[in-house]
Design a binder for this molecule. Structure first.
Ligand code: GUN
Ligand code: ZN
Length: 428
């Protein structure tokens, strides 16, 4: 087995920059090196030392480019790829006008395969190597997604979206069929190679209590699966949930009462939370997923990142395609920065980079496996050109330190900043 030695700048995290000062948990090397062996990272260190220790390694020199883990998108709807940037609606009307009609088209396995392949290729070209995606209610859309990921060697999470009310007939399942189909898909795909399954009730308004209970039961039978859903994204949605579940104290309780709250739970958006919900999310160790471009695009609100971090809630970062308006996790970091500014919070670039890699990986319970530049992690990598456009380069040129040289790419970068992506130790 030939070792590969990547040379460039490196940025590593030894801890969470929301829980400790970023200076204490980051290591930047201007002359860094990453040794790859058998699809994994074997070592990260100084260029001179690693070159000397591994004289037989094949060298790939990225110069001043920055080697980071491939980005991890913790909440996305791959079936919505073709309706990204659809104009003028808020959540419920956006779902009915654009999302549901498009999701119906993925019942056709050929169309689902086409969109799955298209989505994964776009994601890779933006430096994203892992995502947790909703599929549609058609099991064929899950098959298409996992087959497309398998063909690309990618580690991905996904699940069949379950909805047995308040959606068009063409997307509706039942409590029983959602349970049966999800269980079959878990048996087929969960833990196969780099694929894993997330039980996926879309959100409380589109599931009856019977369906939520059936899926809560399934999660209890398969506690090694993740569970993904939406929580408190828009105020109209919360009022709707209140009318559908009058006995529940709040939105989170509509999940908790049916066994759909747990440490392996991923709750997308989580903008308009009650103090009780925040405490409970922190207590059980569940993760919320920040979707900043979506939250501004559909007009949902300003996620309280620092407040939730201080409350000890685990957090991931996500594009939420196609409510989100960009496939790029760089653009998503920029939006997270802007939203935090509107709340009077200045996120450090270390915190933004951590969210898009380590934070999202932690939310997916894949810490140390992906989203991590360190020995033992899988070699899913993103090589960032920190002066990819004229506008970025002219700012980069007079940066005073590493963080100043990175921040223009975080704020203004897109797929042009992605010099190269590696998946499982293989360049894409
Ligand atoms: N809530 C329920 N479904 C969806 C969806 O597809 N996108 C977003 N942004 N919110 C949702
Ligand atoms: Zn979503």
């Amino acid at each position: 087995m030939t070792d590969t030695l990547l040379l460039g700048q490196t940025l590593c995290f030894s801890g969470d920059p929301f829980q400790a000062p970023w200076q204490e948990v980051t290591t930047h090397r201007r002359d860094g090196a990453v040794l790859l062996r058998g699809g994994q990272i074997a070592e990260v260190g100084a260029r001179a030392a690693l070159c000397q220790a591994h004289p037989g390694a094949k060298i790939v020199d990225y110069g001043a480019d920055l080697i980071v883990p491939g980005f991890v998108d913790a909440h996305v709807h791959y079936p919505q790829t073709a309706i990204i940037a659809s104009w003028g609606k808020r959540l419920i009307d956006w779902l009915n006008s654009y999302t549901f009609p498009e999701e119906m088209r993925l019942a056709d396995p050929d169309y689902a395969a086409k969109i799955a392949g298209r989505y994964l290729d776009i994601a890779l070209s933006h430096g994203t190597t892992t995502m947790a995606s909703y599929c549609t209610s058609a099991p064929a859309s899950v098959t298409a997604y996992f087959e497309a990921a398998q063909a690309r060697g990618m580690r991905v999470v996904g699940g069949k979206t379950c909805m047995d009310r308040n959606a068009p007939d063409g997307l509706i399942d039942t409590a029983q069929s959602a349970y049966d189909d999800s269980k079959d898909l878990i048996d087929t795909w969960h833990g196969r190679g780099r694929l894993s399954y997330a039980i996926t009730p879309r959100f409380s308004p589109t599931s009856t209590p019977e369906q939520l209970a059936a899926l809560g039961g399934l999660w209890q039978e398969r506690p090694d699966c993740l569970m993904q859903t939406h929580l408190s994204e828009q105020t109209e949605e919360i009022a709707w949930v209140r009318s559908l579940f009058p006995e529940a104290r709040d939105y989170l309780e509509t999940y908790a009462q049916f066994g759909l709250l747990g440490a392996r739970g991923l709750y997308g958006h989580a903008i308009h939370l009650e103090p009780r919900e925040i405490d409970q999310l922190a207590d059980v160790g569940a993760s919320v997923v920040h979707c900043p471009t979506s939250n501004t695009f559909i007009g949902s609100g300003l996620f309280d990142l620092m407040g939730l971090a201080q409350a000890g809630v685990s957090m991931g970062l996500a594009t939420d395609i196609g409510g989100g308006s960009n496939f790029s996790m760089l653009r998503t970091m920029a939006a997270a920065y802007e939203v935090a500014q509107l709340r009077g919070q200045a996120l450090h670039p270390a915190q933004l980079m951590w969210l898009a890699s380590e934070g999202s990986a932690k939310a997916l319970h894949l810490s140390g496996t992906i989203g991590h530049l360190g020995a033992g992690a899988e070699a899913d990598l993103c090589i960032l050109n920190l002066s990819s456009t004229t506008a970025i380069a002219q700012r980069y040129e007079h940066a005073n330190d590493f963080w100043e040289s990175l921040f223009p790419t975080v704020m203004m970068g897109d797929d042009r900043a992605i010099r190269q992506v590696w998946v499982a130790g293989v360049p894409v």
